[in-house]
Design a binder for this molecule. Sequence first.
Ligand code: HPA
Length: 270
Amino acid sequence: MIQQIEETVRSIRAVSSATPRVGIVLGSGLGNLSREIVVEKEIPYTDIPHFPVSTVEGHHGKLIFGTLDGHPVVVLSGRFHYYEGYTPQQVVYPIRVMKFLGVQTLLLSNAAGGMNARFRVGDLMIIRDHISFFIVNPLLGKNESELGPRFPDMSEPYDKGLIGKARALAARLEIPVHEGVYAGVTGPTFETRAEYKLLHVLGGDAVGMSTVQEVIAAKHIGLSVFAMSVITDLGIREDDNIITHEEVLAAANAAEPKLTALFKGLVAEL
Ligand code: HPA
């Protein structure tokens, strides 16, 4: 694995020598932030050796080096989900590559189903903690010590300092935010009523199909992590709780400007 990562990094370095300290991964329907980036270099994933190849037709991911309001960042435009058929190791491969490119802080966003009764569609939730028991842990298998320890601590997957900064920033920008626990699931099915209830009883405030594997690999390798969910549906509701992908994308799109403002502000403070 380490050899592959080094080959990947060498190939990226042949095209860009940028060393941003901040990496960003954007969730479904939340990609508009990348439009605000002044691009220095874009590299299609298909040109990067050992990067997972997208199985979805017309879905071409790229690695973007550039600046956000003058601050250097690297963005994964297009992320890999376990439900698409990638192995957990493939899902987290770009996260590890970011670390080897010099990234120290990782910001992630996602669309998630709300289970906390106080949540409404379009709300934002700072992820304070997660539940990983319903996903496949990307660290299963032989541990490569260059990537991190065999038994990584997970007492604080989401950096308290970054959460504090985001909280203060949200207050300054008058953007209401919740804080809560994100329960990771594999998807691709949305949850049954019984499953939403179960995840809520277990301590989840929101549920989603991404982020947790990436955060585990990021913590393993020593990155500071901040993540935020946009609540796109309320599965816990007893009445009309039929959920569609279209509804999720529409809600994510509508809430996107708030998320973008927070991520921009946060990047400026790092
Ligand atoms: N469940 C799982 N993943 C999701 C949901 C949900 O309700 N909404 C957006 N992603």
